[in-house]
Design a protein around this ligand. Sequence first.
Ligand SMILES: *Cc1c(COP(=O)(O)O)cnc(C)c1O
Length: 386
Amino acid sequence: MNKDLGFNTVCTHFGELEDTQFKGAVSPIHISTSYAFEDVAVKRYPRYFNTPNQEALNKKIARLEHGEAALVFGSGMAAISTTLLSFLKSGDHIVLQRNLYGGTLNLVLKEFDRYAIEYSFVDIPTPKAFEEKIQENTKLIYIETPSNPLLKITDITAIAALAKQHQLISVIDNTFASPVNQNPILMGIDIVIHSATKYLGGHSDILAGAVIASQTHIDTIFQLGINFGGNLSDLTVWMLDRSIKTLGLRVKKQNENAKKIAKWLNKQDAISKVYYPGLKSHPDHDLAKKQMKGGFGGMLSFELDTTINVTAFLSSLTLIKSSMSLAGVESTILSPSKTSHALLSEEERSLRGISDNLLRLSVGIEEKKDLIKDIKQALKAAKQTS
Ligand SMILES: *Cc1c(COP(=O)(O)O)cnc(C)c1O
């Protein structure tokens, strides 16, 4: 297929399977787990990431992130764990930013000791801080930007260069930005990971993950992948492929909505802080502008001031749903101190800037005026009278 297709054309058509039997307009689903033997080299099997629908989706996702190849997994965590353990063995070392998705942090803290894999965390993820943690046995650098929930930005180009300089493999979790807003491979990163449960799926009904990299790195991850078996079923592969057709449109709208809402929140007396990389007041705004070429994303956080009762505010929202996950077409909100970061002590939370009145909003594709109206009426309803 044509090499210079635009983003939305790739989303809609790239890798699609022809329906040779009925000439249908969309890719047929091939759900067979068993295929006729033709040749040892092309043995098709879902756990080998090579059924027709898996291959089509792998190609599309690789193309969206400008990588040579990709693999889709049964979850973001399957993609993350398989990738990390593909390149780390006992005695090796990895440097990670501390501000990570909770599941990733848990994987490192709960599992790596058992494999005698060493790790160091960087609190403030500057290139210098990463460099200071690099040891003789370091193999990987791992970052995530924008981060959850305060949308802090790590300098992708600088980290990629640092990794190259020390001959390390650089890995990024690009879930929050999505391929619409940020393409780390173009900035020198080796491996990009997505929880496809989030923006790639986008409708809060698919659990999936993806890894994009050079063919060589993908071959390595494939070898462990077939042993770990964290594959995605073909029905879900097809659903994800279908969902990605609207990825560009969805995220564009989410970018616009989030920016507008962030600006509006910033002007409200009852809101003491707004965290959104698209705001000039965000400490990493210039860096975000440099590396988030498509937009600043659909995630934002804000703090209610003491005149607002947090619980009452959440329960007064009618359109915006309280929900644990993110990135769906519907707007959702959560309290990090009560959910994603509940296991941390209050002191640890406050060290990370996560107060009890911080809320994280995943902005959907609804009309922004309706979302603002909802927030406005909830603020009014939750005003403390004392
Ligand atoms: C949700 C999420 C993950 C984990 O993905 P699952 O699909 O739930 O396994 C990893 N990283 C980020 C940034 C996420 O938001």
